[in-house]
Write a protein that binds this ligand. Structure first.
Ligand code: F6R
Length: 617
């Protein structure tokens, strides 16, 4: 979602901000803007609906004019994507500029109050209300300083925000604040950077402060970083962290899209997720997060997995894994439903939150609710130090590396890897998984990265050939059973989000209860049919589809005959135990979705309307 970049230092602020906004493009946006403090400290604003390159086209004249500035990529919430609604927004007196990520929920009440005092508004945004509220406090009491006015304003609003503010009369000073949306401050030599994540400044500094919930900071070359609590202005000692992120990790490395790069990174990301945890020679899984709280898991009434989107699909597979191997009851919930339905949660429940970004607003809110009601909270996040990672009682990072493509790929298979490790570890500990089976499963798990590598090389060209036949398709069905039912859901989600083809995932047996009505010669059906996992039943499903002339794309094990003979297109994957097959089967489905989208000319890395981290509900 919205991206923020800010800079104060000695370099060209225009270059830093524009390049920073390019790095944040992956978050998803529909308009972009920049404000710089010109030589006479006048604020120079340029903003436009569209992409960062559209912004560059209208703002080139600002290059080399300033050492202080900030920029924004907007993902529309209040008001359509338009030049007027783009950020930065200026206060009525033109002196204060503000960029904002999040939603001010009570903006309407404040807008009415400000309108009564004579303020006028150019846009439909909640952000313009906030910047004018800051002016209001400064007008009301000319004695108060700029950061105090920002603090007063933030104390009046509720909702979620990360903001950065500049004031013409306070040159070189950036005021930032956060509640719900992330914000990082990069500490360089005689320069400071602000950004929604560290990617815009990774080549300039390895030191950063992640602003905590409810904190604000005043940043200037003169006085450094002064952090305060928003509610009572208490001073906070900054906690400087060393960034692990490198420039190579956030570049495309020769691939046409981040998504393709990330699909191909999976042998490594799965391996990295297991590294130091799975020690096959010693016959152990080392996971401190689980081990330190193993009794909590062992004695849990149930485990509730909370997530959204792709992470929710991983959660469904987690349910199959944990129930099969650890025999602990598991429920999987959409975070957005869980948080609003007054769920029954007790201190005997363990809640596992799965989130690649660690910033998803619904997942965060659901966790807070579960925590308030006494549950033990475990996090599975990819982004280190993300908001969700920080509020959990314990957790495991997936170590998949930065995922830039909006469609989640390597984070998903890394989530499955962690869930597999958790299921095996708990199963071994509580005695449901005998030693011989445990040893054989972990040996197989260790070999999964190699199998993913094989699948990538065996299916890369094949999926391109198959994709060419479906460029004009308008609908797809994805079917699977058991562990591969969630894999079918995930395959369908991948296709619809990047190609804009309508796709539905179903448990194969459910076909007869409705979707079969859709099947005719124009309906492509992807069916996941590995040998281990209700194969005979799937054979019957394929027969039913073929009897209605549906076009079958079958994902089968090498050497398969029955399904392959009936299918129109066959994608072979190596045989594994059923519990690993979603990892293996997902890879060609990611490639298929990717190539269909590419052939349709879609913007694969930044699909329309989607955001990488969904920081508003
Ligand atoms: C799909 C996708 C989304 C996310 C969802 C949750 O490819 O990326 O469905 O999975 O928005 O995001 P996280 O995992 O960051 O909480």
């Amino acid at each position: 979602m919205c991206g923020i970049v800010g800079y104060t230092g000695f370099q060209d602020a225009y270059e830093i901000v524009i390049n920073g906004l390019r790095r944040l493009e992956y978050r998803g946006y529909d308009s972009a803007g920049i404000v710089l403090e010109g030589s006479d400290n006048k604020l120079e604003v340029e903003k436009t609906k569209g992409k960062v390159e559209d912004l560059v086209n209208i703002s080139k004249q600002l290059k080399g004019t300033a050492n202080v500035g900030m920029g924004h990529t907007r993902w529309a919430t209040h008001g359509v994507p338009s030049d007027r609604n783009s950020h930065p927004h200026l206060s009525n007196n033109g002196k204060i500029a503000l960029v904002h990520n999040g939603i001010i929920e009570n903006y309407d009440t404040i807008k009415t109050m400000l309108s009564e005092k004579g303020f006028t508004f150019q846009s439909e945004t909640d952000t313009e209300v906030l910047v004018n509220l800051i002016q209001y406090f400064m007008d009301l009491n000319p004695e108060i300083d700029f950061p105090t006015a920002v603090r007063y304003a933030l104390n009046e609003v509720y909702g979620a925000y990360a903001i950065t503010v500049l004031h013409e009369d306070h040159p070189g000073v950036l005021v930032v604040g956060r509640l719900g949306s992330p914000l990082a401050i990069g500490i360089g030599e005689k320069e400071y950077f602000i950004a929604s994540d560290a990617s815009p400044f990774v080549e300039f500094t390895k030191e950063a402060i992640y602003l905590e919930e409810g904190h604000m900071a005043t940043i200037s070359l003169e006085n450094g970083v002064d952090i305060r609590t928003i509610n009572d202005n208490s001073k906070i000692e900054p906690e400087i962290q060393e960034l692990k992120l490198s420039l190579e990790q956030i570049e495309k490395g020769g691939y046409e899209h981040f998504m393709l790069k990330e699909i191909f990174e999976q042998p490594k990301s799965i391996h990295d997720t297991m590294r130091g945890r799975l020690i096959v020679e010693e016959g152990v899984i080392k996971m401190a997060g689980i081990w330190d709280h193993v009794e909590k898991f062992k004695n849990a009434n149930r485990i509730i997995i909370i997530a959204c989107g792709t992470s929710w699909h991983a959660g469904l597979i987690g349910e199959y894994l944990i129930e099969e191997y650890a025999r602990i009851p598991v429920e999987v919930e959409y975070a957005s439903e869980f948080r609003y339905r007054n769920p029954i949660i007790t201190d005997k429940d363990v809640v596992i939150a799965i989130s690649q970004s660690g910033e998803t607003a619904d997942t965060m809110a659901a966790l807070k609710l579960a925590k308030e009601r006494g549950a033990f909270i475990y996090g599975i996040c990819n982004v280190v130090d993300s908001s969700i990672a920080r509020i959990t009682d314990a957790g495991s990072y997936t170590h998949a590396g930065p995922e830039i493509g909006v469609a989640s790929t390597k984070a998903f298979t890394a989530q499955l890897t962690i869930l597999t490790l958790i299921a095996f570890k708990l199963g071994k500990h509580n005695g449901n998984l005998g030693n011989a089976e445990f040893m054989s499963l972990i040996a197989e798990l260790e070999a999964i990265p190699k199998k993913v590598e094989e699948v990538l090389s065996a299916t890369h060209e094949l999926t391109q050939d198959i994709a060419k036949n479906f460029v004009k398709a308008t609908n797809f069905l994805y079917l699977g059973r058991g562990y591969n039912y969630p894999a079918a859901l995930e395959g369908a989600l991948k296709l619809k989000e990047i190609s804009y083809i309508h796709a539905e995932g179903y448990p194969a047996a459910e076909m007869k209860h409705g979707p079969i009505a859709l099947i005719d010669e124009n309906m492509p059906i992807v069916i996941i049919a590995p040998k281990k996992g209700h194969y005979d039943k799937i054979v019957s499903n394929v027969q039913e589809i073929k009897a209605r002339k549906g076009k079958v794309i079958a994902v089968v094990n090498k050497g398969d005959r029955q399904v392959s003979e009936m299918a129109d297109y066959v994608i072979e994957i190596p045989e594994t135990s059923e519990c690993f097959s979603p990892i293996i089967a997902s890879v060609p489905l990611q490639l298929l979705a990717y190539y269909i989208a590419v052939y349709r000319g879609a913007n694969v890395d930044q699909p329309r309307n989607l955001a990488k981290s969904v920081t508003v509900e």
